[in-house]
Write a protein that binds this ligand. Sequence first.
Ligand code: UFG
Length: 333
Amino acid sequence: MKVLVTGGTGFIGSHTCCVLLEEGHEVVVIDNFSNSSKEVAEKIKEISDRNITLYEGDVADKDLLRGIFANEKIDVVIHFAAYKAVGESVKLPLKYYRNNLGNTLSLLEVMDEYNCKRLVFSSSATVYGTPEALPIKESFPLSTTNPYGTTKLMIEQILKDLAKADPTWSIAILRYFNPIGAHPSGLIGENPNDIPNNLMPYIVKVANKELEILSIFGDDYDTKDGTGVRDYIHVMDLAKGHLKAIEKVMKETKIDCYNLGTGEGYSVLELVETFKKVNNIDVPYQIVSRRPGDIAACYADPSYALEELGFKAEKGIEEMCKDAYNFIIKNKE
Ligand code: UFG
């Protein structure tokens, strides 16, 4: 199949491209490199020993999109391209609504023009807000606590309205839990330029002595050790979930949502201790107050994705911690 991947050089996008290429699919990427670089495209080619077709530009640019759909015979689209920093979205909501909603609307309109109606959308467990119970099922009520999350929820609604109006659309909405880790080659991974917002990139930079100390946001939650609990999923497993999702949208014409998580919750302290152990390195930390907007615990019920997509995450947190650090070591060299 020929797959258009928007945001294909980003963290999840790049790993997904590798998995698609490995499965023999043709990959066309559109990316404006707003949070990545052209070098990642080279690394994807190196890992897979295959070529990708790369279009540099913005997904909001309908003429560019029209050119892509006219030139390439795209079978299915995986839409990753979006801004994703929660804190920034609170400060700059319009930037988030303009980009995340604007580029999605352009994409959907052009897909419609070219009668390409198979889509996998990159959503997030953030759409469950403060979950009513654990583990989280797809049927739980939806709400958000920040503009980034609201863009994901709004796009889910747009897609549901679209599929209702035109049932020939086939759409898989993937709600990711917390993707970490990196490609086992160490060639691609997550390496934010700024001070990281997320836990694993922060741990890695402390281990690598680029940052002094990890701040753990609260140890007074109602969890096993008082620190926040999340469902960390290896980015390679997550990438494989996209493969299953494109198979699904090619086979069945419907819209549906799937949790992509492991179903296991680990605390911040458990993740830090595992990272220290498997990499044999120190990660100094201090306990500070809670981060506003954080929830105590969040983990998936992954059974629907298993039933419907045949997807099951396989890699454990030790491998996630090893691969995350390996990427940094390799890139230092
Ligand atoms: N944490 C720290 N110190 C840090 C960073 C994080 O203690 O420096 C803690 C958080 O308080 C939380 C856990 O580590 O308990 C995980 O935090 P992350 O920022 O890594 O991830 P979140 O679960 O807050 O958010 C992530 C993505 C969002 C997405 C959400 C979906 O960043 O984009 O998962 O549930 F919406």
